[in-house]
Ligand binder design. Structure first.
Ligand SMILES: N[C@@H](CCC(=O)N[C@@H](CS)C(=O)NCC(=O)O)C(=O)O
Length: 278
């Protein structure tokens, strides 16, 4: 199973999992060499092994072919990948070794060629590849994984699944864009581009859905019962942006308690640690 996690709209893109595999492969080789183990199949006189099949022949698209983009391209080419790159001013770099180097007008061509886009036509993350199934939309991926595997996240009944779908759709439709806008104007945009009035408006409009969410906890600790389910995962996964955007939750004590409990889960700690060490 493969979770591709990289955006075409950010400065560099490719299947993040592919890049991670390149780096894991490289560091595995390096550490075995440090231990004195020469694990290469390239024995003297032997024929070279076939190129690493997961990377060889794949196309890496790089948006922003500056110093970092070029360093990335060198590594990808070493693994027999094809590289397409975009640079605002193409005259500033040589196209040697690249399958394509173009200006911003070549963007569509690069998006068309890159392998990541072959699996997610939206050019967004995340995308889950599980056998023959290609699935995008984060909430759908979570619901799918929860149903596919046994464990505490598995929806034990159609009622729980229904509630999980309800709260997931609701959070995306009623809260997500307001929370993202709040986050932009409180934290993500460069200082000069932030507008406090946007953030104020977002907080104001969020009061209604936050009230709905708060009331949901009058009779239960979690959204679909008294234990954490994929409904909580999906809604907390969206509301956490509010926390990052300093959303004022002081009028919503039950939401504050519930969100705190969701974020205190060891699984969330592990996700945060992984993100920090990426
Ligand atoms: N509704 C989609 C949203 C996906 C999405 O917007 N992903 C962001 C990263 S969190 C992205 O890829 N942005 C790049 C872009 O907008 O081009 C989901 O939940 O999966």
């Amino acid at each position: 199973m493969r979770l591709a996690s990289r955006s075409a709209a950010s400065s560099r893109f490719a299947s993040r999992s592919t890049l991670r595999r390149v780096s894991q492969f490289t560091s595995a080789l390096t550490s075995s060499l440090r231990r004195g183990a020469w694990e290469s199949q390239w024995g003297v006189g032997g024929s070279p092994p076939p190129p690493w099949p997961e990377l060889a022949g794949q196309t890496l698209g790089i948006l922003g072919y500056g110093r970092i983009g070029q360093a990335l391209a060198r590594r990808a080419l070493a693994f027999d990948m094809a590289v397409c790159a975009i640079r605002r001013d193409v005259t500033r770099s040589a196209a040697a070794g690249l399958s394509l180097l173009g200006g911003p007008d070549a963007l569509d061509e690069v998006l068309r060629r890159a392998d990541y886009l072959a699996i997610n036509p939206n050019a967004k993350v995340p995308t889950l590849v599980d056998g023959d199934l290609v699935l995008w939309e984060s909430m759908a991926i979570n619901l799918y994984l929860a149903q596919k595997y046994e464990g505490p996240m598995h929806c034990a009944s159609p009622e729980v699944l229904g509630l999980a779908a309800q709260w997931s759709f609701w959070a995306m439709l009623e809260m997500e864009s307001l929370l993202l806008d709040l986050l932009q104007h409180r934290a993500m945009l460069p200082e000069f581009a932030r507008d406090a009035s946007y953030a104020e408006r977002d907080e104001l409009l969020l009061k209604k859905p936050l009230g709905v969410l708060n009331d949901a906890f009058a009779r239960r600790d979690y959204l679909a019962g008294n234990s954490f389910t994929v409904a909580d995962l999906n809604v907390a996964g969206i509301l956490v942006w509010g926390k990052m955007g300093r959303l004022n939750l002081s009028d919503h004590a039950a939401v504050t308690r519930w969100l705190g409990a969701c974020l205190a889960r060891p699984a969330y700690g592990r996700v945060r640690d992984r993100a920090r060490h990426r």
